[in-house]
Design a binder for this molecule. Structure first.
Ligand SMILES: Cc1cc2nc3c(=O)[nH]c(=O)nc-3n(C[C@H](O)[C@H](O)[C@H](O)COP(=O)(O)O)c2cc1C
Length: 308
């Protein structure tokens, strides 16, 4: 018996993706590094490491530490800056045949707007993800913790450029739904949730923090329940599509996020220990969708049934 393949494409506002399984910023390099390990052309989208207007050396070592069920990082947006990205990485990303969503971080709204305007219309830029949620740099995180600031930065970028915009939110707030409403009011095409959870590790024998930056971002399976909770709360608060991120490593994780309200997912930390995780999820997706009797990804999104 032959089955008609299920359509896996998804739409996030003005952005069309071939399938809902993407790879998260900072966990997949600039994609070139992963080419020998992963069939990049099958991914739903690639989000390269966040870039800033000018190059940043990042934080002092140690910058990554393994923890129970996850990892801590305090990379600090180590990158070569916008122009180096456009020259050295964008042509390759644009050649992959999958949407490249360029992640940017600015210290001010003007910087976000300036970077977005520079990227606007460049070949290879399918969308821009605003990293307003990095816990490892001072100055940028405020946009993701205050709904009005979030609205202003998303709105400013929306007015300055024509490409779809994703606003990436931090879980390190009291009310993530309020920040999501700000992103929606600003005109975000999608909301990515979540970035890492602020944490720390300690070597008690040396009475020293494990990370050179003292604090860092916790990621991996340990944060999945937090991420699911955030996606669920955001989905109740806004109509804007959500991209779920946080501890996703398997088809079960992915389906949980779709049911909670995400229209797509990003695989992050799992790329470090199983670079093929996203492809394995993609391979398993049609059967998982079919097992629920659904005909496409959108049929599953936000279908959580709550106890009466
Ligand atoms: C080493 C490392 C570097 C990261 N760098 C970035 C970054 O540059 N920009 C960004 O938006 N998120 C960055 N993140 C956060 C991830 O994109 C993702 O939001 C987070 O790790 C949660 O997903 P996960 O649990 O699947 O890793 C980074 C995460 C890790 C572990």
């Amino acid at each position: 018996m032959t089955h008609t393949p299920l359509p896996l494409d998804v739409t996030l506002g003005r952005l069309d993706l071939p399938n809902p399984v993407l790879v998260a910023s900072g966990t997949f390099g600039y994609a070139r590094e992963m080419a020998g390990l992963v069939d990049l052309s099958r991914l739903g989208g690639v989000i390269p490491k966040t870039i800033t207007r000018v190059a940043r050396p990042g934080n002092r070592p140690w910058r990554t530490v393994e923890t129970a069920a996850g990892m801590l990082n305090s990379i600090g947006l180590d990158n070569d800056g916008l122009e180096a990205f456009i020259e050295h990485h964008l042509p390759y990303l644009g050649s992959l045949g999958v949407p490249a969503i360029v992640s940017i971080a600015g210290r001010t709204i003007e910087e976000f707007v300036e970077m977005a305007a520079r990227l606007d219309g460049l070949s290879g830029v399918a969308a821009i993800e605003l990293n307003i949620s990095c816990p490892n740099v001072s100055g940028g995180v405020d946009f993701g913790t205050d709904p009005a600031s979030c609205e202003r930065v998303v709105g400013g970028v929306r007015r300055a450029c024509g490409v779809p915009i994703l606003a990436k939110l931090t879980p390190n707030v009291t009310d993530i739904a309020a920040v999501a409403r700000g992103a929606e009011a600003g005109g975000a095409d999608a909301i990515s949730a979540i970035n890492t959870c602020l944490g720390m590790g300690i070597d008690w024998r040396r009475r020293r923090p494990l990370l050179g930056n003292v604090l860092g971002g916790l990621s991996g399976p340990a944060i999945k329940p937090i991420a699911l909770r955030c996606v669920y709360q955001i989905a109740k608060a806004v109509k804007t599509p959500i991209v779920g991120i946080g501890g996703i490593a398997s088809i079960d994780d992915t389906m949980e996020f779709l049911v909670a309200g995400a229209s797509a997912v990003q695989v992050g930390t799992a790329n470090f220990y199983r670079p093929t995780a996203a492809i394995e999820i993609l391979d398993a997706l049609p059967a998982a969708l079919a097992s629920l009797g659904t005909k496409c990804v959108a049929d599953v999104v936000g279908t959580l049934e709550l106890p009466q």
